[in-house]
Design a protein around this ligand. Structure first.
Ligand code: C2E
Ligand code: MG
Ligand code: MG
Ligand code: MG
Length: 292
């Protein structure tokens, strides 16, 4: 009886394991193949300056449409990339692609002030990151302030000297440094003061609950306040409704990103979107301001 149970539970565990293993094996090698063939691409989501309704920048988000496996969500393939040692290759690729693209837009007469690129923790244990970014800026003739690097709280939490040195070196280059998904980790507000950040992105989970949850509103208000006080740009992600927009505007949030304004889109679509007269932007179609 006991033996049977043990076998049963073993089987359950092994099913879970093999699904993960399969993911790593099948997706991992498909990803390697796609990466080498240039089958990944970046989509771009506009970020809107709350005060003016003008474009502040774009976030570059990786997309993978495999010929037979279809569309695979970033949450899945980024995890696979991390587990199969490919995340640094993806980071190098997305940094280069984003730099190339912002310069290409400029050449087409579309000025996108800043492009933000997501990087994973692994990059920050590597001394190659900073020289690589410097070389890219040089190669594309891109001013450093037009590139921002987004990293999650977990990277920032590593108090290791190595990580802190890399963060400082990135700032020294003049590249922006953004703390992504803020509020989902365990860092304290006071920790913010000790990091060389230019930007904080408040996690979507807070914005989602903004209208109905006093706690989410309190946290959002506090983070906007301290961010502004520290001279950082505060960005909110996942803005989906006018009500959230109104609230965030009244809280003096600097930059808004979310489906209300635009979804992530291809470089071509982004270019067309950016060429539209600003009059089409929600901020400009809203009722005139009642004054400060
Ligand atoms: P993230 O950096 O927090 O990116 C924001 C995510 O929220 C994106 O999901 C975006 O499509 C989504 N989003 C934006 N506005 C809204 C909204 O109004 N409502 C909702 N429900 N969602 C919204 P996506 O593109 O699926 O990316 C998921 C995550 O995958 C990203 O979260 C980022 O952590 C990671 N990721 C994406 N591209 C890369 C990459 O090139 N490198 C690395 N390391 N990670 C990446
Ligand atoms: Mg991000
Ligand atoms: Mg985010
Ligand atoms: Mg997020």
């Amino acid at each position: 009886q006991a033996k049977k149970e043990a076998r049963g539970s073993y089987r359950l565990v092994s099913t879970i394991d093999s699904k993960d293993a399969q993911d790593r094996l099948v997706l991992g090698s498909a990803l390697r193949d796609s990466l080498s063939k240039g089958l990944l691409n970046l989509h771009y989501q506009p970020q809107i300056e709350a005060r003016t309704g003008q474009i502040y920048g774009v976030e570059a988000l990786a997309r993978w449409n495999h010929p037979t496996l279809g569309n695979i969500f970033p949450s899945r393939f980024i995890a696979v990339a991390e587990e199969t040692g490919q995340i640094e290759a993806i980071g190098r690729w997305s940094l280069e692609e984003a730099c190339r693209q912002i310069v290409a837009w400029e050449r087409d007469g579309v000025h996108i002030p800043v492009v933000s690129v997501n990087l994973s923790a692994a990059h920050f244990h590597n001394r190659g990151l900073v020289p690589m970014i410097a070389a890219l800026l040089d190669k594309y003739g891109l001013a450093p302030e037009r590139l921002t690097v987004e990293i999650t709280e977990s990277v920032m939490m590593e108090e290791s000297e190595e990580t802190m040195n890399v963060l400082a070196a990135i700032r020294k280059l003049g590249v922006g440094l953004s703390m992504d998904d803020f509020g989902t980790g365990f860092s304290s507000l006071s920790r913010l003061t000790r990091l060389p950040l230019t930007e904080i992105k408040i996690d979507r989970s807070f914005i989602m609950n903004l209208e109905h949850d006093a706690n989410a509103q309190a946290v959002t208000t506090a983070v906007i306040g301290i961010g502004n006080r520290l001279g950082m740009t505060v960005v909110t992600e996942g803005v989906e409704t006018e009500a959230q927009y109104d609230l965030l505007e009244s809280l003096h949030c600097d930059v808004l990103q979310g489906y209300l304004f635009a979804r992530p889109m291809s470089a071509t679509d982004l270019e067309a979107w950016a060429r539209q007269p600003r009059l089409l932007m929600p901020a400009m179609t809203r009722k005139p301001d009642q004054g400060q």
